[in-house]
Design a protein around this ligand. Structure first.
Ligand SMILES: Cc1cc2nc3c(=O)[nH]c(=O)nc-3n(C[C@H](O)[C@H](O)[C@H](O)COP(=O)(O)OP(=O)(O)OC[C@H]3O[C@@H](n4cnc5c(N)ncnc54)[C@H](O)[C@@H]3O)c2cc1C
Length: 400
């Protein structure tokens, strides 16, 4: 599937396959903004079964080597996008998540033993992973991370703290970055590890967020012993392992542009609903102008993703594509959420669950969650810096 207009039949057949599987096997989940962690054991189990179904039918992981259950097909960014669009339409989470990142890292950098231990388990939904990169003083400046891994015979002993670890509560393993070099070694002294989340010395403190849900945790590591075979890639090569994974995460967020169309549709319906109640805080003409303007930007955002995929299909990679896509999506997503709340006037102050709240409270949830996209996977300011420095050749930020 190349995604050009000539392949519309192929695209339609692929989408029909995805929709049929969704109808047959997808869990029914409550609608929530953004990428969220399960709310309960049942939800976690349902999502594991659903992930396994996506792998089993080749909708995920078709590009894995046959020996690891894939079909050895070339990675196809178009089918990844169509899958993301169909999942978004059905209010299902995307699977370009932390487990996806970890699978990518194990496939690319793992030892034969790590591949045997983890790849089948990921495909069968038996293993869920979290990403243990960020620390209280190492987020945007990840290379300053301080969690230490000290070699002790055939083991490493790990001490430190991670934070904002999405889905850690429900994870079996962590894709961990820790410092094996001296404190000042920056990128060169970082190594990647496979961390069993139930190893002695691993302690979680879930973080309750402004949305009311608990999507991530603080993770405390106190004298945690892992075997030397837990090293993912070579010692000191963790930065490369991490950067390639983060590249995948950013492209996943870009594909999130798909959900903007659904958001826009709901926004237009909200405008009509408010007008019918006589509760529009602006005139109908201003509403038409605003929604029309947002519609143009939603289409631009989707076209940016498509243009990037078309270039990538030809083997062309432009460094500006990922920051532009991420900025366009995350900033517009935030604006849509803010507008959705503003359109409700005083009703916007109601909470999800209140009797009279519009559209089941989705705009309250979208509003509270939307800002995270402008931070996760690289803050907007950093994306703009990347564009200014690496694409336009402007002088480096002297603050760094
Ligand atoms: C929803 C969500 C899920 C996440 N999931 C995970 C996860 O699973 N695993 C994980 O390891 N991490 C995760 N993170 C953490 C994420 O990677 C960090 O939040 C991100 O890297 C920013 O780091 P920070 O929060 O420490 O903010 P900081 O680095 O302190 O930045 C705060 C703000 O300061 C400004 N700033 C910082 N540096 C610069 C600069 N050089 N130039 C200009 N402005 C700057 C920006 O405005 C930035 O938004 C998640 C975050 C979110 C929001």
């Amino acid at each position: 599937m190349s995604g050009t207009p000539a392949d519309r039949d192929e695209e339609a057949a692929y989408r029909a396959r995805v929709r049929a599987l969704i109808a047959e096997r997808a869990p029914r989940l409550p609608r929530r903004a953004g990428f969220r962690s399960p709310d309960s054991q049942e939800e976690d189990e349902a999502l594991r079964r659903w992930r396994a179904a996506l792998y089993e039918t080749g909708l995920l992981g078709a590009d894995w080597p046959p020996e690891w259950g894939g079909r050895g097909e070339a990675a196809n960014p178009w089918s990844e996008l169509f899958l993301a669009e169909e999942l978004a339409r059905a209010d299902l989470p995307p699977f370009t998540d932390q487990t996806h990142l970890a699978a990518f890292a194990v496939l690319m950098f793992g030892s034969a033993e790590q591949k045997r231990a983890h790849l089948p388990a990921i495909r069968e939904g038996r293993e869920v992973w979290c990403q243990l990169f960020s620390e209280p003083n190492a987020g945007s400046d990840l290379a300053s991370l301080r969690t230490r891994a000290r070699r002790d015979g055939e083991e490493y002993v790990i001490d430190g703290q991670k934070v904002w670890s999405s889905n850690a509560e429900w994870s079996d393993f962590g894709f961990l970055l820790a410092r094996t070099g001296p404190p000042e070694s920056r990128h060169a002294g970082i190594s990647a590890f496979v961390l069993p989340m139930r190893a002695p010395g691993v302690q979680l403190r879930p973080i309750r967020e402004i949305t009311g849900s608990t999507d991530f945790s603080e993770v405390f590591l106190d004298d945690v012993r892992v075997s030397a075979g837990s090293l993912l890639g070579a010692e000191g090569d963790g930065w490369r392992v991490a950067m390639e994974s983060l590249g995948a995460e950013r492209s996943g967020i870009g594909a999130g542009a798909a959900r903007l169309r659904d958001l826009l549709e709901d926004l237009a319906n909200l405008g009509v609903e408010q007008a019918e109640r006589g509760a529009l805080p602006i005139g109908p003409e201003a509403l038409r102008q605003d929604v029309g303007g947002l519609a143009v930007r939603v289409e631009i955002c989707n076209l940016l993703v498509q243009a990037r995929l078309q270039r990538e299909s030809r083997g062309e990679h432009r460094p500006q594509d990922i920051p532009i896509g991420k900025l366009a999506f995350s900033e517009l997503n935030l604006e849509l959420a803010e507008y959705g709340l503003a359109l409700q006037g005083a009703r916007g102050l109601l909470a999800a669950g209140d009797e009279d709240v519009a559209q089941g409270g989705r705009w309250q949830d979208e509003f509270l969650f939307a800002r995270t996209f402008t931070v996760a996977g690289g803050a907007s300011e950093l994306m703009r810096d990347l564009l200014a420095e690496r694409t336009l050749g402007m002088p480096r930020d002297r603050g760094r």
